[in-house]
Design a protein around this ligand. Sequence first.
Ligand SMILES: Cc1cc2nc3c(=O)[nH]c(=O)nc-3n(C[C@H](O)[C@H](O)[C@H](O)COP(=O)(O)O)c2cc1C
Length: 226
Amino acid sequence: MKRILVTYATMAGSTVEVARAVGEEIARSDVQVDVLPLGEVESLAGYDGVVVGGPMIMGWHRAALGFLKKHRKTLQRIPLAVFVMAMSLTQPGETSVDGMPVYVDDRLPKDPFRPGRLTFRERYARLSNYLRPILAAVRPARPATIGIFGGRLEYGRLKWWAVLFATVIIQAPAGDRRNWPAIRSWAAGLPVALQLEAPPATTPPLFMSGQRIRQGSQAPADKSAA
Ligand SMILES: Cc1cc2nc3c(=O)[nH]c(=O)nc-3n(C[C@H](O)[C@H](O)[C@H](O)COP(=O)(O)O)c2cc1C
């Protein structure tokens, strides 16, 4: 049986539950899943795929970046997926970074106040600014997929300097913005993205070149729409 490692970094604990949900979705396929904090991973030997997750903490969590750098060589052989938790994302129209398409939680991005004239904070919170260091840490390998999702921020759990950074730079209100359907939907695609499972056969489109095409036993198309 194929084995997948889901490993995570966290500061205040909310990424742990996300890693577990990702592990549960992967385990629906015929795959054995280990969900472990980064510090408990001694080696990647025996794994057929690796998922590394972590929150943005003034850049992607340092331990998660360090993990990618440490295993950079091995990750040229083993497919990798990455997930990023964040409370602030500027959406100036980016859907990919350096040619790499990114799965973005649609509840997370916020339009800039004045498109074309981003503030310091809006520039900081761009997808490319968040993800480029991750891509650089693992180069020449490339993640098979990257997902970015809303996280959880609870000021009561944080030290004073963390509260200061989060209020001044992130300017995110406290709360739980984890979008479980988006997280689970991304995770459900991982066995295919990590090449542990063949993609499902695609169904032919119902509409092609503006013409309505009938499928199987469906009722004839409405003539007025043809
Ligand atoms: C000190 C600090 C820095 C943060 N930096 C960022 C950031 O740069 N961008 C962002 O979108 N969210 C940022 N966040 C929000 C966290 O990424 C978010 O709360 C995450 O879900 C925390 O995960 P955890 O509970 O596993 O630590 C920051 C939070 C803290 C406390």
